[in-house]
Write a protein that binds this ligand. Structure first.
Ligand code: F0G
Length: 488
């Protein structure tokens, strides 16, 4: 019988960043101070930071060496040309316009293409993407296949677009009201779920027939390409590079946050194949980001990005990256923790509605779970449920999306398997003590992207997690019955 063989990361550690250990009492004070919003915690109070995979990657020695080669010229920086070459080489588009991060590119694309009253279909919303579409006067329409909204359903390509939904939107509003289709690769809010090449080919052909442009959100397109290689019939022998080029060839351009796949701490880009549109984008980038050869970035940032883009499509890197996410997910599944299935690309998504069935949706179970996890172990996660979804612009009512999730997002090349074990044990412990977690209510609600800066309070008591510690006077009482006056 063949014995299972372990594998490990394809890198070794050259520099370490010490972490501060905290006590439960310190964490309780910190989360209260942060208004029960993990975004408002100070990073020094966090042990394992799984808030996001955005801008949190460890750069390679080559990227750091590249930082020393920054050509900080205002115009025509050498690093811009390296970046342009890398993006053309790996993504295959004609025009490359750097931006300070993904939302900078989204802003420019939305402003250029969307007129008030337009509709922008997409495979599930992403917060900043939808916000920029709405600011430009458009309305986002979700055309992802329904299975993406079911956390229990196993399907290899839950990012796929439902052609019937897209066709019915075109029939209803007319192609003239649809400036473009926005296709997200490895759909973030669905749990990091990929779109298949087969679906993308069909969608792209449909849009071409109607004269509708297709723009990718290529933020996690390399991870999507890996899933296609692993799961799509006929793709097993193809390289990530080759698949990524085909994905991009099915679109007219992309927005991209380089803070994810591309392994940098800051940066993004907008790509376009159309010359006239690219000219307009270059005009606009000067207003909002900076000259078209730096787009809000330092030369050194562009150099690190150029190198990171090439590293992002290496097979060994991607195998370890997705492998670590799978390792954490499988540890949780073995204990019956409800997570989005199948395990996605950039993190594990806890199904908070099933994890905490005693907390009504109006009391934001995912927000409460993220806070309870932090209190338990110093692991910081992110709410991806009703708080993130915001309010319906017409009615002002809270939107309650089908998925009420907590995202444990894995930074690239940062944490070890031992960190994953600690995170898994904490989630499992909480799952066993789930009834002790209490819901939350808003005490402050910002107008835009409310999840970033909102503040909350527990609906009962002062703590989100009513743990043994919180119950201390009862359990530690000398008479054992919790009623002893002497020892309080
Ligand atoms: N598109 C997707 C799919 C994203 O996940 C993000 C960012 C953006 C666009 C915006 O890019 O942050 O560089 O401006 N996602 C981060 C996250 C914030 O934590 O998921 P940005």
């Amino acid at each position: 019988m063949q014995r299972r063989r372990s594998w490990a990361e394809p890198f070794k550690i050259k520099m370490v960043e010490p972490l501060r250990m905290t006590t439960r009492a310190q964490r309780e004070a910190a989360i209260e101070e942060a208004g029960f919003n993990t975004f408002l915690l100070r990073s020094r109070d966090v042990y394992i930071d799984l808030l996001t995979d955005s801008g949190t990657a460890a750069m390679s020695d080559r990227q750091w060496a590249g930082m020393m080669l920054g050509d900080e010229a205002y115009a025509g920086s050498e690093n811009f040309y390296h970046l342009e070459d890398a993006v053309r080489h790996v993504y295959g588009y004609k025009h490359v316009i750097p931006t300070h991060q993904g939302r900078g590119a989204e802003h420019i694309l939305s402003r250029m293409c969307i007129k008030p009253g337009d509709f922008i279909p997409g495979n599930m919303y992403f917060t900043t993407t939808k916000a920029h579409q709405e600011l430009a006067g458009g309305r986002f329409v979700d055309v992802i296949h329904d299975r993406a909204h079911d956390s229990t359903l196993e399907h290899p390509f839950k990012g796929d677009i439902d052609l019937a939904k897209l066709t019915s939107l075109i029939d209803r509003v007319g192609a003239g009201k649809i400036p473009y289709l926005c296709v997200q690769c490895n759909v973030n809010m669905a749990g990091g779920q990929p779109i298949s090449l087969a679906n993308l080919r069909e969608v792209s052909a449909l849009c071409r027939r109607h004269g509708i442009r297709v723009f990718l959100d290529a933020t996690r397109a390399a991870e999507n390409a890996y899933f296609i290689q692993q799961r799509e019939p006929g793709c097993a022998g193809r390289s990530i590079r080759d698949i990524l080029l085909e994905i991009c060839s099915l679109s007219d351009g992309c927005t991209c946050s380089a803070k994810k796949d591309a392994l940098v701490n800051i940066g993004g880009f907008l790509c376009l194949n159309d010359d006239a549109l690219a000219e307009e984008a270059r005009n606009m980038v000067v207003l909002y980001e900076g000259l078209h050869t730096y787009g809000g970035l330092a030369g050194r940032d562009m150099e690190a990005m150029a190198i990171g883009i090439e590293e992002s499509v290496e097979q060994d890197h991607m195998k370890a990256r997705i492998g670590q996410v799978t390792y954490l997910g499988e540890a949780l599944m073995r204990e019956g923790v409800p997570i989005v299935k199948p395990i996605g690309g950039h993190g594990i998504f806890l199904d908070a509605a099933r994890f905490l069935p005693h907390i009504p949706r109006e009391q934001f179970p995912a927000q409460a779970l993220a806070c309870a996890l932090y209190v338990d172990s110093g692991v910081r996660a992110m709410e991806r449920g009703a708080v993130s979804a915001g309010r319906n612009p017409d009615t002002g009512q809270n939107i309650f999306p089908k998925l009420e999730l907590v995202r444990l997002t894995l930074p690239r090349r940062v944490y070890t398997q031992a960190h994953m074990d600690v995170a898994a044990e904490s989630v499992i412990e909480l799952f066993r003590n789930a009834p002790k977690v209490v819901g939350l209510r808003f005490t402050f609600e910002p107008k835009h992207l409310r999840f970033f800066q909102a503040r909350f309070a527990p609906v009962t008591g002062a703590r989100v997690l009513l743990t043994e510690d919180a119950d201390a006077p009862v359990s530690r009482c000398c008479c054992g019955a919790g009623g002893c006056r002497e020892n309080g």
